[in-house]
Design a protein around this ligand. Structure first.
Ligand SMILES: NC(=O)c1ccc[n+]([C@@H]2O[C@H](COP(=O)([O-])OP(=O)(O)OC[C@H]3O[C@@H](n4cnc5c(N)ncnc54)[C@H](OP(=O)(O)O)[C@@H]3O)[C@@H](O)[C@H]2O)c1
Length: 266
């Protein structure tokens, strides 16, 4: 297949975002789906919050579209605009992939957290039985919390700048997975097997500060940063210097690709 050709036969996936210039996932999913033989392209589209309803309505009528990704700031506002949600998206309360069926019906799923778990497993890290400190309770943090509980972590401690948000997530995750010990805590890695940064700190190279006191990291811990740019954040550099095992944001994104492909039916 000629990778440069986009024709009327090509299956299109949109990726709605605002801003759109930081989006890199479109290239990864295009390469992944093309590699399994589909004539496919994912196109980032700049959709402002005020235009989301119209954009979703237009997607229903775009018959050569298989669906759309959604990212900041649409993951939660898109929920009531869809016809159906997977149980996972309903539990998490946000969507990052929409499938468009041939009749225009739109279904939302969220594979952020499941993608992390898959990426970690592919890198040889099993979450089952680990004591995990999750930094951040925003959109991605929410998805990770449910996926970690589902993966059978021994304990999940959630730390967030806005403590009320951490408390809300603890309540939701413990109701969905009562067998898992979930509580709020401070950003101190002492005693944990794994630390995961799901805040946006680190995106500008660390000048915005570290999400945790790096002196509390120790050799043998797994330290994951879901920030994609830079690839090796200041947190990951510090963790590497202390002998920790690293997981990168890219591994979480790659982990989502196979899940997204299955969901989109490609
Ligand atoms: N690798 C992947 O596949 C992947 C997937 C999704 C997202 N991400 C990345 O994950 C990061 C978070 O995305 P998101 O969608 O969860 O964003 P979000 O919903 O806006 O959440 C941002 C999180 O960062 C915290 N935060 C922001 N500024 C902070 C500061 N100055 N000090 C302390 N905490 C701060 C927020 O705390 P408050 O609640 O207190 O505001 C919140 O927990 C972004 O870098 C995004 O690119 C990566």
């Amino acid at each position: 297949m000629d990778e440069r050709r986009i024709t009327g036969q090509t299956k299109i996936m949109l990726l709605m975002a605002d801003p759109v210039s930081h989006v890199v996932g479109s290239e990864a999913i295009t390469a992944f789906i093309r590699a399994v033989g589909h004539d496919f392209v994912c196109v980032p589209v700049h959709v402002g919050a005020q235009d989301l309803t119209a954009a979703i309505q237009a997607l229903r009528g775009f018959r050569n579209c298989v669906g759309s990704g959604v990212t900041i700031p649409h993951k939660i506002p898109v929920l009531p605009l869809l016809d159906e949600l997977t149980a996972r998206a309903r539990t998490i309360g946000s969507v990052n992939y929409i499938r468009r069926d041939q009749d225009g019906k739109l279904t939302g799923d969220n594979v952020d957290g499941a993608g992390f778990v898959r990426g970690a497993t592919e890198a040889g890290v099993q979450l089952n039985g680990l004591r995990v400190l999750l930094l951040g309770a925003g959109g991605a943090g929410r998805s990770l919390a449910f996926a970690f509980a589902e993966a059978g972590v021994a304990e999940l401690v959630i730390s967030n700048r806005d403590h009320a948000k951490a408390l809300g997530l603890v309540d939701a995750a413990s109701s969905a997975f009562p067998q898992v010990l979930v509580r709020t805590g401070v950003a101190d890695a002492t005693g944990f097997d794994m630390v995961v940064n799901a805040t946006s700190l680190g995106m500008v190279g660390g000048e915005d500060g570290d999400p945790i006191d790096i002196a509390t990291l120790s050799a043998g811990m797994v330290v994951a940063d879901i920030v994609m740019k830079p690839e090796k954040t200041r947190l990951l550099q510090a963790a590497e210097a202390r002998g920790c095992r690293l997981l990168f944001g890219r591994q979480m994104m790659d982990g989502q690709l196979a899940l997204a492909r299955a969901f989109l039916g490609l």
